[in-house]
Design a protein around this ligand. Structure first.
Ligand SMILES: Cc1ncc(C[n+]2csc(CCOP(=O)(O)OP(=O)(O)O)c2C)c(N)n1
Ligand SMILES: [Mg+2]
Length: 298
């Protein structure tokens, strides 16, 4: 199927208006996600729409990187622990100018650099292959130690899902980060209340989440993960504390699956969504209706 990119949002943003930057970034990301999802007719669309504001905040307001040089040694590292969220990261990489928008339409095709589950060796800007859940934070701890050993000022941003909080390895890594005083490590968890087999609350009660991270020795913020104002405030706070030796930080983000495309919010079987052909345009229209008034006019 030929799908044309519908992401026609070329607008001038005042670079000093950080909230406008984040909001515009998230809006472009969501359109990219819909364009990629339409290529396959299904996928992890709900997670990517729900987490778009988190990724947008990190990429547009915090991450030190060079779009034309993804291997720049002094970059901050963004580690996607949840490989199945790759569609969301590809949207962010395109919005950040690291990959071309046109390439998004190869999503999950044979020979594409953008496979359905993230692969570090395929995609510029994909730092790890994170599909085996519960391993991202352990890699982040090793990377943070290694960078500190090299006297690097780079920070590690590690994106986790609420399902990964079921994994013992995540908590071993959390305690290790505190033990080694990895102040250069900033984690974020997408609390979308969802896992493959149903609602997180019905699979394993992971609350109270803040207290668990605090007990492990982390500095913790918990915010509405679909509120760019709250996200910007929280990420500014944790980034201002980041130092090679200090307290690791986490931003716990409560999000809504499918956020912005109303017909996808509250949908059953939301983990891997099947979306009908006529629904993609409805999603685009709903995104435009919901967010375009937040975006400065060209
Ligand atoms: C170690 C491991 N166990 C099981 C899986 C299979 N799996 C893929 S996605 C997923 C759901 C995990 O919950 P979460 O990441 O919160 O899912 P979402 O919010 O995307 O539904 C599972 C169990 C896996 N990828 N890795
Ligand atoms: Mg989840």
């Amino acid at each position: 199927m030929t799908v044309t990119s519908h992401t026609a949002v070329d607008i001038e943003i005042d670079p000093t208006d950080r909230l406008a930057e984040v909001t515009d970034f998230a809006y472009r990301m969501r359109h990219h996600v819909i364009d990629m999802g339409e290529v396959q007719g299904q996928g992890y669309v709900g997670q990517a729409l729900g987490a778009a504001d988190i990724l947008a905040t990190v990429y547009a307001s915090q991450l030190r990187h060079r779009p034309t040089d993804p291997h720049w040694a002094e970059r901050d590292r963004f580690l996607l622990s949840t490989g199945h969220y790759a569609i969301g990261l590809y949207a962010a990489l395109a919005a950040a100018g690291i990959i071309e928008t046109d390439e998004l339409l190869t999503y999950a095709a044979d020979d594409s650099r953008l496979p359905m589950s993230g692969m570090a060796s395929y995609t510029p800007g994909m730092e790890i292959s994170g599909g085996s859940l519960g391993h991202g934070l352990t890699v982040a701890v090793g990377m943070a130690l290694g960078l500190r050993h090299q006297n690097s000022e780079s920070r590690i941003f590690n994106f986790l899902s609420d399902g990964e909080l079921d994994e013992g390895s995540t908590w071993e890594a959390a305690m290790g980060a505190h033990h080694h005083q990895l102040g250069n490590l900033i984690a974020m968890v997408d609390m979308n209340a969802l896992q493959a087999d149903g609602p997180t609350a019905g699979i394993l009660n992971i609350e109270p989440v803040e207290q668990k991270w605090e007990a492990a020795g982390w500095y913790v913020r918990r915010v509405n993960g679909n509120d760019p104002v709250a996200l910007l405030d929280a990420f500014d706070d944790v980034a201002s504390r980041a130092t090679p030796r200090g307290t690791p930080s986490i931003v716990i983000c409560d999000t809504k699956v499918g956020y912005g495309a109303t017909i996808l919010e509250d949908r059953e079987k939301a983990h891997f969504m099947r979306i009908e052909e006529h629904e993609w345009q409805i999603c685009r229209d709903q995104l435009t209706e919901r967010f375009s008034s937040n975006i400065p006019k060209a």
